[in-house]
Design a protein around this ligand. Structure first.
Ligand code: KG4
Ligand code: ZN
Length: 347
């Protein structure tokens, strides 16, 4: 089966071609530089940029895959959740192509696609659904932080999610307080490498709560008050590194502990992780160490598939079509606030 997938839910315009479980091409055009000037994603600018980038990105994906639109068997796009005007551009373009080509169309839930991105690996990347084990999946990015129990393929249940800010948002907002450029996550990761994680003791929100939810707004606020009470801290570059390491340690500890605890409680043996924050080296290292200690298998999405991309949308769409999902929702509308529970079967 040959599928063209489009992703435009936030600030990445992406198109991918999938053939029989293999990612033949995956073109991603990131808008990070455009939004950096404003310290965060500006929805209106994002949709304008998607409009500008969608056709060249789609053409590049088809060209790289060496296929023509006429050869496609199906089309797919992210239907939600995401920024309404951004989603609209990718979804309507894919539906228009499907309509013109008389091919089936399937709208995909962005987070559901993240759940399976850790199972795509290799060169060229290939989906490894044959080895999929029941797992606890951590999705952690700038817009979402959640734990999901994946019982089996296409069957999952949300265990918990953030009650306020996402972990990536926390990295970005703390970085802004420290005068770091947007997005601050990668910069904090880099600076933390030479910092002392024990230098400052920041709160670990909800670490010991008996649920799988997260909360990161309080951590950001505590950093703000700490900086206000201690003016001049940011004048010293080593102190900045120590601050980065200390904040990162707090975020990573909460993410790792809560993921491991949920996996233990459910009696599972496998953990997966995806989303932009899984690029964080400390998170990867700590999660790997905790999984080894508990005898769990860990699958973290490859770096190019951690952040938003159309390949994961196409891979999931193919599995859904093969599983009998008829698609054909040519007039389906965007779902900016689509709850994951409503897109999937319950475990
Ligand atoms: O999945 P993603 O590309 O997109 C959205 O959420 O839209 O994730 C972006 C987020 C940003 O908050 C960014 O700061 C964070 O992922 N991020 C990181 C790292 N790389 C990206 N956070 C911590 N360490 C990193 N190395
Ligand atoms: Zn995402």
């Amino acid at each position: 089966m040959l599928i063209l997938a489009i992703e435009s839910s936030c600030d990445e315009t992406s198109a991918a071609v999938i053939r029989d479980g293999v990612v033949v091409s995956n073109v991603v055009s990131s808008q990070i530089k455009l939004h950096a000037e404003y310290g965060g994603v500006v929805p209106e600018l994002a949709s304008r940029e998607h409009l500008r980038g969608l056709i060249p990105v789609t053409q590049a994906a088809l060209r790289e895959a060496n296929v023509t639109a006429m050869q496609l068997d199906a089309l797919t796009a992210t239907r939600g959740p995401g920024l309404p005007a951004a989603l609209m551009i990718g979804l309507k373009a894919a539906q228009a192509m499907a309509f013109t080509l008389h091919k089936p169309f399937l709208g995909i839930h962005h987070h559901e696609a993240h759940l399976y991105s850790p199972w795509i690996s290799g060169n060229p990347p290939r989906a490894d659904f044959e080895n999929l084990q029941p797992n606890v999946s951590l999705i952690v990015s700038g817009g979402h932080t959640m734990l999901v129990h994946v019982e089996r393929e296409l069957h999952h249940r949300v265990l918990g999610s953030t009650l306020d800010d996402a972990a990536g948002e926390c990295f970005d907002k703390v970085g802004k307080l420290m005068g770091l450029p947007y997005p601050a996550g990668p910069e904090i990761d880099r600076l933390a490498e030479q910092g002392n994680a024990k230098a400052f003791d920041f709160p670990r929100p909800m670490l010991n709560d008996k649920n799988d939810d997260f909360s990161f707004a309080g951590l950001k606020t505590s950093v703000r008050y700490f900086l206000q009470k201690n003016p001049g801290l940011l004048d010293d570059s080593q102190t900045i590194r120590d601050l980065c390491a200390s904040v990162q340690a707090a975020i990573v500890q909460v993410l790792v502990k809560k993921t491991i605890r949920a996996t233990q409680r459910l009696g599972l043996q496998c953990v997966t992780a995806s989303g932009g924050v899984t690029c964080n080296r400390s998170l990867r290292k700590e999660l790997a160490a905790a999984c080894t200690e508990n005898g769990f298998t860990l699958r973290v999405a490859e770096k190019t598939l951690c952040t938003d991309n159309a390949a994961m949308i196409g891979i999931l769409a193919e599995r859904k079509l093969l599983a009998g999902d008829a698609g054909a929702s040519l007039d389906a509308e965007i779902e900016p606030g689509w709850p994951l529970e409503q897109a999937t079967s319950r475990a």
